[in-house]
Ligand binder design. Structure first.
Ligand code: PLP
Length: 360
């Protein structure tokens, strides 16, 4: 039996053949009973994944579209944007580009956003919303979102908490309702192991109520319009039907694995990669206690960096990722998300050892 090729990159990730196959189902009118049943089934399962009783919207977009949706729907003007990585910086830029008054709460990229810093910022000035990235795909750093959300609630109860979980939802436990998150967004092409093109967001009731008073929400990403259609198991505009077929099948697979089992699989793979790196004297970019369980960012060396290693890995059906953003040249990344399992990680690490030995 041939070994499948594996991409250890943080999206788009490998998609299971059964899920790819689901996309080949015939098109249905999106205002038909048959499609509405699939939409309802996928939406209900998505709520389990988001740990929410409220609602999960399915947008035909990538995750960045929902950066825009958050700021346009939930902030009349004032946004506090936490930035310690490339994707957090993007959310800040998106808020600015949408004409919001945005303040940046910045830390070094190898340091987490702390609940204390957030509390202090909110004591200095009120904000309608705060944006924070749970899992920074550039740095492999996981921000303590549960504690940050608690700090926001304690300091400024009316500030809406918006979280980007593009590279962690479905791979790490994020309990939207229990943690008090108001807007939680993700994309299809990472831990959900779907093709790119769908963006999902859970939105709290109080965020929906708030949106009613926000002017200039636009049309395509207007949450109130989305809600009206969601209640009829559809979307205002034509959705990516094939991706929703695939989502419905993939959520069955994810729930059959079990969410806790899935999170444990990711966490074990992360630990294995961290231990391997320590054994080879390789540095990790994120500090201990804040390391991502879906992607590990390592410091490049002259021997081990993505372009050089991939020359060795690609003929063996594997690929790792280069660095991203300001740390592109300094780092490389090994993603352990989606369909990747421990035997795949072992195969990758053995190949990297073989590669390193050949360099010595
Ligand atoms: N946020 C994070 C943490 C990401 O990793 C990415 C993409 O890699 C994005 C946002 C942007 O998502 P998309 O490419 O789906 O627009």
């Amino acid at each position: 039996m041939s070994v499948p090729s594996r991409m250890f990159v943080p999206g788009p990730v490998d998609v299971d053949p059964q899920v790819l196959q689901a996309q080949t189902q015939a098109m249905l009118p999106h205002r038909s009973k048959e499609f509405e049943a699939i939409f309802q089934s996928a939406s209900e399962k998505a709520r389990q994944l988001f740990y929410t009783e409220s609602r999960v919207f399915l947008f035909t977009a990538s995750g960045t579209g929902l950066h825009e949706a958050a700021v346009r729907n939930l902030a009349k003007e004032s946004v506090l944007s936490c930035v310690n990585g490339a994707f957090a910086q993007r959310w800040y830029d998106v808020a600015l580009a949408n004409g919001k008054r945005v303040d940046m709460l910045e830390t070094a990229w190898d340091q987490p956003i702390t609940p204390q810093a957030v509390s202090e910022a909110l004591q200095r000035k009120p904000y309608e919303i705060i944006t924070v990235v749970h899992n920074e795909t550039s740095t492999g750093l996981q921000n303590p979102v549960q504690e940050i959300a608690a700090a926001v609630r304690a300091t400024s109860p009316n500030t809406l908490i918006c979280v980007d979980a593009v590279s962690s939802l479905g791979g790490a436990k994020i309990e939207m309702d229990a943690w008090g998150i108001d807007f939680l967004l993700t994309s299809s092409q990472k831990c959900l192991a779907l093709p790119p093109g769908l963006a999902l967001c859970g939105v709290s009731d109080r965020a929906m109520a708030n949106a009613e008073s926000v002017p200039g929400r636009g049309w395509y990403f207007d949450l109130l319009r989305m809600e009206k259609h969601r209640l009829k198991d559809s979307t205002p505009a034509t959705p990516a039907l094939s991706l929703i077929y695939a989502l419905d099948v993939q959520l069955d697979r994810i729930l059959a694995e079990g969410l806790e089992a899935r999170f444990a699989r990711y966490s074990a793979m992360a630990e294995r990669v961290h231990a391997w790196a320590a054994g080879r004297g390789l540095g990790l970019f994120a500090p201990e206690g804040y390391r991502s369980q879906t992607v590990t960012t390592l410091l490049s060396t002259p021997q081990l960096n993505a372009p050089a290693a991939n020359k060795f890995l690609l003929p063996r059906g594997m690929r790792i990722a280069g660095g991203y953003g300001a740390i592109k040249e300094k780092t490389f990344r090994i993603a352990h998300m989606g369909e990747i399992a421990m035997p795949d990680i072992e195969r990758l690490l053995s190949a990297l050892d073989e590669y390193l030995e050949a360099q010595a």
